[in-house]
Design a binder for this molecule. Structure first.
Ligand code: HEC
Length: 151
């Protein structure tokens, strides 16, 4: 009888050892999981700071004339306009107040105005434009509009 109890005891110790071992194995798997979930967040906070970029106004003028002008000259579909008859400093300045980083994000990804539902299309429809091209075009347009970026 004592022997049976002894074996039962050994068995439970053994079972405990296995479960403890299994528990230990899960721990590194969890650690890996946390690492993979934090990586995208870190990438997001390390976003580009366009305030440190230098605009090429000549290139910006070309990009504007080739693409952006379609809407941003006469204010088509509610775009802020440069055409003297349609131009209002406020249309540009209220956007410039958001800062170049927000404007770049909206130009790259496209932006739907939450109030008017007016749409700035992805890259202003200039699919071949690089970020520098968009940056140059925005700087050119806002300079023409006499609007000043708040940051
Ligand atoms: C098909 C028309 C169209 C074209 C082409 C276009 N835009 Fe726009 N864009 C708009 C409209 C409409 C808005 C206003 C959206 C709103 O009401 O906030 C806008 C707004 C913007 C804004 C301000 C975004 C904001 O947050 O208010 C920027 C910056 C901009 N455009 C850059 C560009 C650049 C650079 C180009 C050329 C590469 C371009 N757009 C071409 C329609 C256009």
């Amino acid at each position: 009888m004592k022997k049976i109890i002894f074996y039962a005891l050994m068995l439970s110790v053994f079972a405990f050892a296995i479960s403890a071992c299994g528990g230990k194995k899960e721990a590194p798997a969890n650690e890996v999981k946390t690492e993979t979930t934090t990586t995208p967040a870190e990438t997001a906070t390390a976003a580009v700071d366009y305030t440190k970029w230098t605009p090429n106004f000549e290139n910006g003028k070309k990009i504007y004339a080739k693409t952006c002008m379609t809407c941003h000259f006469a204010g088509v579909t509610g775009a802020p306009a440069l055409q003297p008859e349609k131009y209002k400093l406020e249309d540009w300045q209220k956007r410039a107040d958001m800062g170049i980083n927000v404007l770049m994000t909206h130009a790259i990804n496209g932006y739907t105005n939450p109030v008017t539902k007016n749409l700035m299309p992805v890259k202003g429809t200039c699919v071949t434009c690089t970020e520098q091209d968009l940056f140059d075009a925005i700087n050119y347009m806002y300079r023409e509009a006499k609007a000043v970026f708040k940051n």
